[in-house]
Design a protein around this ligand. Sequence first.
Ligand code: F6P
Length: 327
Amino acid sequence: MTKSKIKTIGVLCSGGDSPGMNCAIRSIVRTGIGEGLNVYGIMKGYSGLLEGNFIEMNASSVGNIIQHGGTILQTSRCPEFHDPEIRKEAFHILKRKSIDALIVIGGNGSYAGAYDLHQEHGIPIVGLPGTIDNDINGTDYTIGFDTAVQTAVEAVDKIRDTAHSHARTFIVEVMGRKSPAIALHVGVCTGAENIVLPSEDLQTNQIATDIKRGIKRGKSSSIIICAEGEVPGLSYRIQEELKTEHQIDAHVCILGHIQRGGNPSAIDRFVASRMGYVAVKSLLRGKTDKACAYVKGEVVTVPLKESLGKKDKYLPQFIDLARALSI
Ligand code: F6P
């Protein structure tokens, strides 16, 4: 039992869902109850918080969810939360519900809201990195990434069967408006001829060169992995440019939200379970503005402030790897 002043905690999911969020919720609820806390699930992220949409959780509320994708608490993107007045309202709702501390499972935008809420109103908050994009500062891993990559890799393997049988080129678009992580991993794991990243200018000439080089040395299919980027339609633009400028026929396949769903992998279940446990324990040890992070195989907490913003420092080595293997 805890001697902390914290008696009641709230947990919410925010931003895009990711496989493993349920494992994190289960871990938070069960660790909290084991510590004698009252635990409330807040439905639909910050939007549900503002509507006062809270559910008291018990050990059974999180039974039989560990294997399911999505989130039983549902989630939302809540642009209104950028407004300090709205955050003030959120804080008063939390106070009225006697919530002493909050655990926020989400990505960059969710962390920014959590940080501002803590800074302005002092409520203790711990963030859990829940996004398929694996792009949060200060953590090597975010919950859902492994499952999303595996889903995309399985899809590309299937596409490769047809690509090989018909000697075709496919452009396969994976998720990542701003994050290159899924595209890089999927590209390396499927032996893609070229990977188009959101941060780079489109190099259709290079893509064409890579496709032609493969064909010249006897390859019967080509796979281009393309991160969706911020402007919709990138894959179709590449298809058009390959056709008109290089006389290459390519098919487009956009994987879309299948990458966000599905049963979480063992890695996602394990990391999420560890992080949920650490999040509750950290709050009870008096940590007030932290984020759980996976660093060199350990789950630790880092200052929430240091987790804001996107990471990109691991990229160059993976870009080099992808290029070295696609000759
Ligand atoms: O949550 C991350 C992510 O899946 C990105 O990879 C993608 O660009 C974006 O969310 C899509 O968001 P939405 O489902 O709101 O269209």
